[in-house]
Ligand binder design. Structure first.
Ligand code: C2E
Ligand code: CA
Ligand code: CA
Ligand code: CA
Length: 277
């Protein structure tokens, strides 16, 4: 015989928003995503302007959901962060990025660096530094070919962050500050953070027009030079933006103009093609 649904369930269900229900479903599905091989890394090449060389790339995670199809990180990383699943997912991303980059280096016979995005919860999880050390050892990727991307908001609590960043630096990896300009970095401690690179948020790159100057971009680049940091411009989509950046002291660009993020199986031939262009 059919069981009667208790009244309070019947009461709560209609009031549960669609969005909330969807989130819970995604969270449940995300638990098995790693073991079911549903997570995939795509790689977006970065072009070094001075040498015109493609020597680095950013790893970006995607989720191939069995029913819903491709899901963007913007839709599942927040869920992963909230639920704590970001810890195993982040570890999988690091491991996969290091392993595939090592493989790519051997395939093309040239060094390539990979940049991997970190979440605050992952970074503050116990043993994160050891996890990085273990992965580097196990994948045999030399540490200088791994760049870890953090964001400004992650460095708000400097007393907590400094020792971790310093320990990471001791492993030999480099650290980039992602989405720079969007957050609220205090300039006084920016110079004390053990970072190597600033990535200009694409919001500012978008503002570049052919004739106009773009003061925020100029400011970030000149600040980077004073602090002895490399600078990457993100989200470069047009020739106008490229020309503007070529006339600045920007070191590296990344964006659809050069390439969209692409699957690992295509990155080797794309890097070769892009390097030959
Ligand atoms: P992000 O780190 O700022 O990554 C750059 C985003 O800009 C990527 O979106 C990339 O596909 C997109 N992009 C690149 N070039 C262009 C361009 O020319 N124009 C435009 N409009 N967009 C461009 P994606 O892959 O959807 O990733 C979104 C965000 O998700 C990332 O932003 C990052 O914050 C997060 N994310 C991605 N992968 C990971 C990961 O493995 N771990 C963590 N914690 N976060 C990740
Ligand atoms: Ca990034
Ligand atoms: Ca970014
Ligand atoms: Ca972003």
């Amino acid at each position: 015989e059919a069981r009667k649904i208790p009244e309070h369930f019947a009461y709560y269900r209609p009031s549960m928003s669609q969005e909330r229900a969807e989130k819970i479903t995604l969270e449940n599905d995300l638990y098995t995503a790693i073991q079911d091989n549903q997570l995939v890394l795509h790689y977006q090449p970065q072009l070094e302007l001075k040498t015109n060389e493609m020597i680095s790339m950013e790893a970006l995670v995607r989720w191939k959901h069995p029913e819903k199809g491709w899901i963007t990180p913007l839709d599942f990383i927040p869920i992963a962060e909230e639920s704590g699943l970001i810890v195993p997912i982040g570890k999988w991303v690091l491991e996969t990025a290091c392993r595939q980059t090592k493989e790519l280096q051997e395939l093309i016979g040239q060094p390539v660096r990979v940049a991997v995005n970190l979440s605050i919860r992952q970074l503050f999880h116990e043993n994160f530094v050891q996890v990085v050390r273990d992965i580097l050892k196990e994948t045999e990727l030399p540490p200088e070919y791994l760049q870890l991307e953090i964001t400004e908001s992650m460095t708000m609590d400097t007393s907590y962050m400094m020792p971790i960043l310093n320990q990471l630096k001791e492993t030999g990896v480099t650290i980039a500050m992602d989405d720079f300009g969007k957050g609220y970095s205090s300039l006084s401690y920016l110079k004390d953070l053990p970072i190597d690179c600033l990535k200009i948020d694409r919001e500012f790159v978008r503002n570049i027009e052919q004739t106009n100057s773009e003061p925020i971009v100029d400011l970030i680049i000149s600040m980077s030079k004073h602090l002895n940091l490399k600078v990457v411009a993100e989200g470069v989509e047009t020739m106008e933006q490229l020309e503007y950046l070529l006339n600045s002291e920007c070191d590296t660009i990344q964006g659809y103009l050069i390439s969209k993020p692409i699957p690992f199986c295509n990155i080797a031939k794309n890097l070769k093609r892009l390097r030959e262009e």
